[in-house]
Structures are given as C-alpha cells and as structure tokens.
Design a protein around this ligand. Structure first.
Ligand code: IVH
Length: 653
C-alpha cells in the first residue's frame, strides 16, 4: 500500500467517524462490514508507520491499554445532581400543581425516558472527547475515560469543534445482557444496571468493551436552551438521543394516560428504563425554580411501580435469632423479579402470615422495586386451599419452650443451639470482639461438640478442651483460632458493650453507655433509672438493657469474662476522632440526608480511610439507594454493610 500522507489519514478518519455514526447512532450503515474493515486497515497501517501522528479520536484509540486500579478524580464543572421521585400519577399531578404555582406562565412539560444505568459526564474540547467522569459524590467524579471510549455510540469527535460537557447515562442494552450471559454462563450478570456499572468498574477497557454498552445523553451542561432544543443539538453533535414527548396538558387524566402509554411501551424499549423524567421545558422558568440541595426543582422522576410476579410458596421455615426471636421465612420457588432471583422472603412475624393469609403450597405475589428488599404482597386468589401456616409450638431448633410477646414469638430455652450460634456470630463478629476467622461453620462445630456453651467458654477456650470434646477441627485451625481469641481479649469498652448483643443496643447506644458507665462493674450495677438518665437513650432501650442485665446468667458471664479474661483497652470511651481509625470505608449509592462528600468527610473526621472500591480489605460499605455493583460485591465478600440510617446513628452517637 502506498503511504498516505497525513491529510489523507485525517480525511479517512472523518469518513470512518461518519460511518460509525451511521452504524451506531442512526442504525443505517452506508457501507458493508468488509468495506469498513478495509478503511480501518488503512488507518492502522498509517498509524503503525507514523505513531506520532495518531489523533485521540481515531477509532483505533477506543481500546487503550489496561490500567491500574487507581483512577484519578476530578471536580465536576457544576455538581451532578439527582432527581426527586414520585410514585403515582396523583403525586406527579401534585408536583406539577406545586411547580406551576411558582410561575405565572403555563408550565411546558416534556417527558423523557429515565435510563436505568450509570450517570457519566463527557467533556469535549474543540470537539474531541478528552475526559469522561463518573458521578462520584456529585462534586468529584472518577476518571472513566478509557472505559467510556470503548462505548461505540459515544462520539470520540463531535460534528462541531465545540467545547462543552454532555451528561447522560451509560446503559447495557437488553440484548447485550442476553448475549453476554449466553457467552459467559459462568459469570452471568443479574440485570442491565449491574452489567453497566460492573463494566465501567473494569480496569481493562477491553473487558468493558465485551459488554457492548451504550450511552444516552440527557443534558448539555450550561445549555441556555429548552430541553427539546438541547436534544436536537445533541443529535446534531452525533449522539444517539431520544426526542422527548410533550405532556399535551397538565390535568390528571392526561397524566394517567401518558403514564399508561409509557408503561405499555416499556418492554419494547431496547434498554432498561425505571421511569419517566418530567422536565420544565423552558430555560427562564428553570432559572426561576432553581434547585434544592440535591435535585433541580424543574424536573421530577416518575418511577414505575415495582415489578410483581407470582410464584409457589414451597414452605415456611422458622429461624431463631440471637435473642431467641423466631422469624418465619418463606421459601419460594425461585423467580426472577425486578432484576434479581427471589427464593426466600422474610415474613417478620405471625401477624404478617395472618395478614397475608398464607397456606401451605399457595401461590404468592412477590414484588421488588429497585434496591428494595423483596416482599410478599398477597396471595393469588383461590390458591389458599392448603393447611394454614401456623407458628411452631416449640422452638424449631431445640424443641424448647416458646413465649409470645406482642407479635414476637421467642425461644426461652437458655441452651438453644440456634440462639447460641447467632449470639456467638454477633459476639465474635466484626462489630463485636472481631475474632478473626471465626465463621459460622466453626462456631457450629464448637457448639455441636459442646466445647462452647457460652461466650465465657469461647473466651477461655483452649486446644485441650477442643480435643477432649472431640471438636472436628485440624490442629492448625485450632491453633489459629486460639491465637485469634487471644488477640480479641483487649476490646474497647463500646465494642465490648456492643458485643453483648443487648436488644435495641446498637453501636451508637453502646458508645453512650460506655461514656455514662466507664467500667463494666459500673454498667452491671446500673438500674433502669440510671439507663433512662443517659442522654438519647429512650424508655424502650433502657428497659431492654435493664431486663438483659437483670438476668443472672447474663450478669454472671459478663462479670466472669470481664474479671478473668478481658482487658478493656481504654477505660474511657474512645474519643470521637479515632473511633473508626484503621477502618476502610467505601461510600456508594444515593444518600438522602446528606451528600456523599459530606458523609465521607464525617467518616474521615472519625478516623476512617475512604476507599473508592470494594475489596476484601474494605471494612464497611455505606450503601445508599441504588448501590448497585459495589453492594453486590460487598455482599459476596461478606463485608459489613451500613444503611444510611445506621450510618447516621453511628455519627450522631
Ligand atoms: S436529568 C439536573 N434525565 O437518573 C438534571 N436524568 O435518579 C439531572 N437519569 O441523576 C438529571 N435518565 O443519572 C435526567 N432522562 C433523564 C435521565 C436521568 C436517567 C438518571 C440521572 C439522574 C438519576 C436520578
């Protein structure tokens, strides 16, 4: 081949970019695949010979080299905000009325698809894509440029040499998910959103490329136009943009009709959408309306109702918790619903079973919306022909006596193995004494062999006792366990109090108790009124603590462990500034009470290190709404997960 000169190379690129647009954006290819490949070969040949001439928007530059895990972060030009949600036509109507009252002109409202993917910001300089950022905490995002470059409908160069920022959503189309799961059956992706966020988390962009993601823009940052003009300009710039619809009039009937229309179209959309975004389509009114802390007042997301499915109730199992509470759990024929497979749903208590009218072998309706825990919402009419489901008369684990208190049934046997198992899991767990490597299986074996009948037994365990009891653990396992127990004998007072597993006493209350009763004997001597007098401890909690302490068995082992086994590291409660020192926290998803950056700052104030990804070294994942792949990974790795409420309880302590 004759070496083309640089102008030829650039001209060739122009033509390839146009063909890319025709193929990936407009779905109207103008040349055959073979012809396209020939053009690419020419480009590659030129670039091999003149590597210094390669331009960043060349199609050969979509997949770069593998990167390290550390991604640089950049401050967003303006914060990347979220949207407020409504869940019914009535709520949407109320929002429209309220918004209308803030302005004198008839509100022009457009409606567009709410893409269920991952938000990204694309930054173009002189028409060339220079950077892609994740939303991050809304203020600062992570560099995703290499991962976004491989998305075929992201223009590497715009049709105009404009310097601007485009925001939108990266999605994994439904077909791409299907293809991927067929090709990689050993690593199937649960749903499109996880597929997209997982793909962007890949360090090697070639792995991102395998998932055939797509990008749909919804905002030109700083555009002084209305939304329809914005989308028009997005199309002209070379993006796959969807024209918004207009809400023909703002009355409830029209709104209902429009929502039904989208609902029925939903299955036909080639990617997942989780709702419809309504936007005030006028720049001046938008300016007038402004923003709340985390969302514009001129837009609202209507979220589709939770997906519901029917499935068979195979049986109800009863699980015994660490305080003896017996919780019914419905075991279902596995069903895919709301993007996950549901096979087990907690039923809370007997009242819930009665309310639903569950019978053996009935068909139930399950639902799951977004990140919400799956629920049974009712039973399929006419299928409740089996025996009604009743609570057990004896403990399902130890056959011990049970007692009913309000709606809660509890096993009252002091020697119930299930209770002891859950109790030791909590006592030795990360938020308790943190006995390294003492997992549920080992605990079960220690209990089975009767080497451990109480937390005191655990803390005074030795290899001799395990041999005598016939505990089935290897010598190596035994030695490791004893070493871990030894290491755990110096807890701080709040940790030890939390390890006690007193009902209603979480980490925050443990800290308050440690402050008010700085030694174990002081805590053991305290009475109900002393607990009531502690700031922020309510009547119920005070009563629960007092009841727990007044059990002689509890009193005795706590006293013994304290007197003979433990050294409380610091008799004074830890100062707030190092409460979380040595802990690695990852914050993900949408928080409602504060921005993610604020949560991170608070955690840092308490001594935690903030990490951007979840690994086995992560101590806690703070998971907000829509936590996605990090939550899944943390669950898989068994990492402690904090909800926003738990986090607030911790920091307010
Ligand atoms: S507008 C300031 N439009 O949904 C304007 N967002 O749950 C904010 N989203 O943060 C966004 N489709 O990541 C807008 N058509 C659409 C959208 C959309 C999906 C995402 C976006 C937003 C999140 C809120």
């Amino acid at each position: 081949m004759k070496n083309p000169i640089k102008e030829d190379y650039l001209e060739l690129l122009d033509s390839i970019l146009e063909h890319d647009r025709a193929y990936y954006v407009n779905n109207a290819p103008q040349i055959s695949d073979d012809q396209y490949d020939t053009l690419i070969e020419w480009v590659k040949a030129f670039e091999a010979q003149y590597p210094e001439e390669i331009v960043p928007y060349s199609p050969t530059q979509r997949v770069g080299s593998s990167l390290s895990g550390d991604r640089p972060t950049f401050k967003h030009s303006i914060p990347m905000l979220s949207l407020d949600n409504v869940f019914s036509a009535e709520e949407l109507f109320a929002w429209i009325e309220k918004t209308q009252s803030a302005t004198s002109i008839q509100l022009p409202l457009s409606c567009e698809l709410k893409y269920d993917g991952v938000a990204v910001a694309l930054i173009y300089e002189a028409g060339v894509l220079v950077r892609a950022l994740s939303r991050g905490d809304g203020e600062v995002g992570q560099d995703l440029t290499p991962q976004v470059r491989v998305i075929k409908n992201v223009p590497l160069r715009l049709t105009k040499a404009a310097t601007l920022e485009i925001r939108g959503e990266v999605v994994m189309p439904k077909q791409a998910l299907k293809d991927y799961n067929e090709k990689y059956p050993q690593a199937t992706l649960a749903n499109c959103r996880n597929g997209a966020s997982g793909a962007l988390n890949q360090n090697n962009p070639a792995d991102t490329a395998k998932r055939n993601l797509a990008f749909y823009p919804y905002q030109v940052v700083g555009a002084a136009n209305s939304q329809d003009q914005e989308v028009l300009s997005l199309k002209e710039l070379g993006f796959s943009a969807h024209y918004p619809d207009w809400l023909p009039s703002n009355d409830l009937d029209t709104i209902k009709r429009q929502l039904e229309h989208y609902q029925s179209e939903r299955a036909r959309v080639p990617f997942d959408i989780d709702g419809i975004v309504f936007k005030v389509n006028n720049h001046d009114i938008r300016q007038e309306l402004g923003f709340t802390g985390r969302a514009p007042r001129w837009a609202i997301a209507y979220k589709f109702p939770a997906e519901q499915k029917q499935t068979l109730l195979k049986r109800v199992e009863f699980q015994v918790g660490r305080t003896g509470a017996i919780t019914p759990v419905a075991k279902l024929h596995p069903i895919s619903c709301g993007g996950v497979t549901i096979s087990s749903v907690t039923l809370h208590n007997e009242d819930e079973i009665k309310r639903l009218g569950l019978t053996q072998g009935c068909s139930v309706i399950v639902q799951r919306a977004g990140d919400v825990i799956p629920q049974i919402t009712g039973i399929v009419e006419g299928t409740n022909i089996g025996k009604p489901i009743s609570m057990p008369e004896l403990c399902p684990c130890c056959n011990g006596p049970v007692e009913k208190n309000n709606a809660t049934l509890s096993c009252t046997s002091p020697s119930c193995h299930a209770q002891l198992q859950r109790y030791i899991e909590h006592f030795a767990g990360k938020k308790g004494l943190d006995i390294d490597g003492l997992g549920p299986k080992t605990i079960a074996e220690l209990i089975r062999s009767e080497a451990v009948k109480s937390p005191y037994d655990l803390m005074t365990l030795n290899t001799g006792k395990m041999y005598l009891c016939g505990t089935v653990l290897t010598k190596n396992q035994m030695n490791k366990l004893i070493a871990s127990i030894e290491k755990a004998k110096k807890p701080t007072l709040p940790k030890f109090i939390h390890a006690l597993g007193i009902p209603l006493v979480g980490e925050g209350t443990s800290k308050r108790l440690a402050k008010a009763f700085p030694t174990i004997p002081k805590l053991l001597e305290a009475r109900l009124e002393d607990f009531m007098a502690v700031d922020d401890i309510g009547k119920d909690t005070a009563e629960a603590i007092s009841k727990w302490m007044s059990s002689y068995a509890n009193y005795e082992w706590v006293y013994e462990v304290h007197a003979n086994v433990l050294t409380i590291e610091d008799p004074n409660p830890q100062s707030m500034s190092d409460l979380l020192s040595g802990q690695a926290w990852c914050v993900t998803g949408t928080l409602h009470s504060m921005k993610r950056s604020e949560a991170q700052a608070k955690l840092e104030e308490l001594g935690a290190t903030i990490v951007s990804g979840v690994s086995k070294n992560t101590t806690v994942l703070l998971a907000g709404e829509k936590a996605g792949s990090k939550l899944a990974k943390a669950e898989a790795l068994g990492i402690t997960i904090y909800t926003e409420d738990m986090f607030n309880e911790l920091v307010e302590a």
